[in-house]
Design a protein. Structure first.
Length: 380
């Protein structure tokens, strides 16, 4: 960025009793010198367009959206140090420690927040209200967090830092927070800036993580906001864009590049990193869809060739249920397909016989089965 685009940080003391950092406002024009940004922007938009086109013609894509959302959520939580995999996230286990149960609840809340937000975007434009409500869902039923869910912070807890390299960072105080949020809203709606939307997203993500509008969950909320923005702008129509996977795979670089904006006023390197992430994420989702398509075709061929004709229709119904509910017991199958327990049990045994499902070894009570190959596609 040229000199006028540099972000200066001012330390100010207020009656709250701490010094806060005041980032520069973002509702202004931006220019860049590095021509690689133009090349990366073009490449990112091309890959997004291909992903969107592929997803529009993908057969029964709604069946597979839950696992894309879960992958995004798990990656986003891993960035924050909350270790959890697909199995820990999706299989309820009352014998887990309180810490693990709490982490599982955070994952479930995050999944629910994304699905809720995507549904809301079909009725209302993206807004601060929608972001607040999504954050409220993120914090629901969590001790010490629920009280602050969806509310802008009025003070600051020093344990949370958006940049792992700097633990003494103090974000803007409550007096300036509202000014910065309003500035962000104006920036996003300001078409006179003639700024590409992906570059707006890069700047918005940085600013969100810099001002820390909530007491907790800012990083996860910021990355969820990017997904909402991608969908709101119709770059990708469905929530199959998992940018957090890229950030998690490059976690140290993610925080380092965010830090470079404050330490060296260098936002161009962050924009290049972000655009690279968008391009790589679109490629990742496109390849994942291709793998899903090949595997689902294989599953259906096994059902049609190796199961009796009378069972084909019911078996395909069960296959679809497994996409929506990755882990199910025989009782779950009985309920979902409205079968007798004996019929449900025989159907699951047939699936197990032909290596469509495996029994989950970690289940404490009822036997639980899952589509092993399918779930392995989404493991990080």
């Amino acid at each position: 960025m040229n000199k006028k685009n540099r972000g200066d940080f001012v330390y100010q003391s207020f009656k709250e009793g701490y010094k806060s950092v005041t980032p520069s406002l973002i509702n202004r024009s931006f220019e860049w010198k590095d021509k690689q940004i133009n090349i990366l922007l073009e490449s990112a938009m091309l890959e997004l367009g291909e992903l969107n086109a592929y997803s529009k013609f993908f057969p029964n894509i709604s069946h597979h959206i839950p696992l894309f959302v879960i992958q995004e959520v798990i990656a986003s939580n891993l960035i924050e140090g909350n270790k959890c995999d697909l199995y820990q996230a999706l299989v309820p286990d009352g014998s887990q420690s309180f810490k693990n149960q709490y982490a599982q609840k955070e994952i479930a809340n995050h999944i629910r927040a994304i699905h809720w937000g995507v549904s809301e975007l079909q009725k209302f434009p993206l807004s601060v209200r929608l972001v607040k409500e999504a954050h409220k869902i993120l914090c629901s039923n969590l001790p010490a967090k629920e009280e602050f869910g969806g509310k802008l912070r009025s003070f600051f807890q020093t344990h949370e830092s958006p940049f792992r390299e700097e633990s003494n960072y103090s974000p803007p105080n409550k007096h300036e927070l509202k000014i910065l949020i309003n500035d962000g809203k104006k920036f996003w709606r300001n078409d006179d800036l003639e700024l590409p939307q992906l570059i707006k997203m890069a700047i918005s993500l940085y600013q969100f993580e810099n001002i820390l509008p909530f007491l907790d969950g800012n990083g996860r909320t910021a990355r969820t906001l990017i997904l909402f923005e991608i969908i709101s702008l119709k770059f990708v129509a469905r929530p199959i864009f998992c940018l957090s996977v890229f950030f998690e795979r490059n976690r140290l670089e993610y925080y380092h590049r965010l830090n470079l904006i404050r330490s060296k006023n260098d936002i161009e390197q962050w924009i290049k990193f972000f655009l690279t992430g968008v391009r790589e994420t679109a490629l990742h989702s496109k390849n994942l869809l291709g793998n899903v398509e090949r595997l689902t075709v294989h599953y259906e061929s096994v059902i049609e060739e190796k199961m009796g004709k009378k069972r084909v229709l019911t078996a395909k119904q069960l296959l679809s249920e497994f996409y929506f509910n990755p882990f199910m017991s025989v009782s779950d199958v009985k309920e979902k397909l409205q079968l007798s327990f004996q019929s449900a049990n025989l159907l699951v045994k047939e699936f197990e016989k032909h290596n469509l499902v495996k029994e989950y070894a970690g289940a404490r009570r009822n036997r639980i089965f899952y589509l092993s190959e399918y779930l392995s596609l989404f493991e990080l």
